[in-house]
Design a protein around this ligand. Structure first.
Ligand code: ADP
Length: 272
């Protein structure tokens, strides 16, 4: 059996998957980003190999994607996150025509045509207000785990309006609202609202068409899923694999290359 790997080196977390030659995922790993992206890529690769109970020599082809894809020295090919998220989303939800990927520092809306090709995309500008980083600021200010933010926000009955659009000032604004006696859940819901509104406008920019698939780490946040569904007036496809969509897309590109290599070997053998 041959195996391929997809490594997604993001700004916040590195994700890795290993697939067998039938496209079945046999290993997954995720790691918080380190200062050195190359080291993080190597570590996530080691972890995903251990998770799949395989060794380096078992991997026939590796595709790297994400912000740090050029730091993956062991990668055979680099593919953009846009292509990889689109590919991963289509593999899991074949009727996907729009992808919203909210990661740690950037957000992308991707429009997919009827043949599965990327027809348009839009990205947040340099500002990280509509990204996971805004939630990171909230988790820091409230001293809460990222995984607890969504469930607490959903308890809100009187969301506070967040006025800052700058991640740097978000923490100060949160602390200010708490000092005035607002409940943490109401402040948090305000933060979620602010992100959802920004992301929805990106989705509209590419001409949203159903089905819409939500990928990236922020799709793990249940309040963000609920709010985006409300703001966009459409259900969103979300799965337990959503944070791995980019890595899965990379794995599928690796599989294409493995199959293309095999075809050319057959042709060469036929010629001989
Ligand atoms: P990148 O590819 O840019 O590194 P990811 O797509 O991996 O980003 O998403 C990272 C973001 O996902 C974090 O900034 C955080 O907001 C969110 N996130 C990560 N884990 C969780 C979790 N368990 N619950 C909710 N949100 C999460």
């Amino acid at each position: 059996m041959n195996y391929v790997a997809g490594i997604d080196v993001g700004s916040t977390q590195a994700k890795g998957i290993i697939m067998d030659e039938h496209g079945e995922i046999v290993g997954k790993a995720i790691l918080d980003m380190e200062t050195n992206m190359g080291t993080a890529a190597e570590k996530v690769f080691e972890r995903v190999l251990a998770n799949a109970n395989l060794s380096y020599s078992d991997i026939a082809f590796t595709v790297a994607t994400g912000y740090g894809r050029y730091r993956v020295t062991f990668g055979d090919l680099q593919v953009t996150e846009i292509s990889c998220h689109a590919r991963g989303a289509l593999a899991e939800f074949p009727m996907t025509r729009t992808v919203l990927d909210i990661g740690g520092q950037d957000t992308k809306a991707i429009r997919i045509g009827n043949s599965g090709e990327v027809t348009d995309f839009a990205m947040n500008d340099k500002c990280a207000a509509g990204t996971g980083r805004f939630l990171g600021a909230a988790s820091f200010a409230l001293e809460m785990l990222l995984s607890d933010l969504g469930p607490l926000a959903l308890k809100s009955t009187r969301p506070v309006k967040i006025t800052t659009t700058c991640t740097v000032f978000a923490e100060t604004e949160i602390i200010g609202h708490l000092a005035k006696g607002h409940l943490p859940e109401d402040v948090l819901m305000g933060m979620h609202h602010s992100i959802a509104t920004r992301c929805a406008s990106l989705v509209r920019r590419v001409g949203m068409a159903p089905e819409v698939t939500f990928s990236g780490g922020v799709s793990r946040n249940i309040a963000m899923v609920a709010l985006l569904e409300e703001v966009l007036s459409t259900p969103l496809n979300v799965s337990s694999q959503s944070q791995f969509m980019g890595a899965i897309g990379a794995g599928l590109y690796a599989l294409d290359n493995l199959q293309a290599d095999r075809r050319s070997q057959h042709i060469e053998e036929g010629v001989r």
